[in-house]
Design a protein around this ligand. Structure first.
Ligand SMILES: CC(C)(COP(=O)(O)OP(=O)(O)OC[C@H]1O[C@@H](n2cnc3c(N)ncnc32)[C@H](O)[C@@H]1OP(=O)(O)O)[C@@H](O)C(=O)NCCC(=O)NCCS
Length: 179
């Protein structure tokens, strides 16, 4: 019989995070509507701005945002996007379908974010977190991110900017192991 930890790992490993493309834009739109209309921890203005539609999603995909997601039962149930900024590779807009929360979708996406950054050679990854978004704060701790700044992302919405340095030694070690 599996202990709780092993069961959780097994479930998490089952979530495959994949790159998303234009053909997925409608499904991403559906997920964002579902998630952000109910994300009441955020000001209404931010919730509306996060529920972007298909055409905006396609514009972003073509202008430097990398879209990633998790597919289950014909839907996209987990999503995040990331882009290169001056200082780091910035992850944004993470969204887990309400019906699938607490099962490790976000953990699978952070595992992917870190691994993708390692493989691509990005040295630093960052995310903005609302301090009262409990799941996100837990994820920062779990994945070893450090708080580097506090600022208003939009007026009266204070966020914490977290950062994680991507370890070069691990990359070398993994490459050595693979060769
Ligand atoms: C934040 C969000 C992506 C988390 O997704 P999720 O798939 O449910 O997260 P996970 O199942 O991977 O859980 C991550 C951790 O948070 C905990 N958690 C999840 N939901 C929680 C809740 N409502 N309250 C407290 N802890 C919670 C989990 O137990 C887990 O911690 P643990 O490893 O110590 O058990 C999801 O709640 C969401 O989409 N929220 C709305 C949009 C949002 O705020 N996105 C973040 C933008 S930065």
């Amino acid at each position: 019989m599996k202990d709780g930890g092993e069961e959780e790992r097994t479930r998490r490993d089952e979530f495959r995070v994949e790159r998303l493309f234009e053909k997925d834009a409608t499904k991403v739109e559906d997920l964002l509507k579902e998630v952000w209309s109910n994300a009441t921890e955020y000001p209404e203005k931010w919730r509306k701005a996060r529920a972007i539609g298909r055409s905006q999603i396609i514009i972003e995909m073509n202008t430097g945002f990398h879209y990633f997601g998790i597919r289950l039962n014909g839907k996209i149930v987990g999503f995040y996007k990331a882009r290169i900024t001056k200082d780091a590779y910035l992850g944004e807009h993470q969204s887990a379908h309400p019906a699938y929360r607490g099962h490790g979708l976000a953990k699978a996406m952070y595992t992917h974010f870190i691994q993708f950054a390692k493989e691509t050679g990005y040295k630093k990854i960052r995310v903005n977190i609302l301090p009262n978004q409990i799941a996100s704060v837990k994820l920062m701790k779990k994945f070893g991110f450090k708080k580097v700044m506090e600022y208003e992302q939009i007026p009266r919405m204070l966020v914490h900017l977290y950062e994680k340095k991507i370890e070069e030694e691990n990359t070398t070690e993994e490459l050595t192991n693979e060769s």
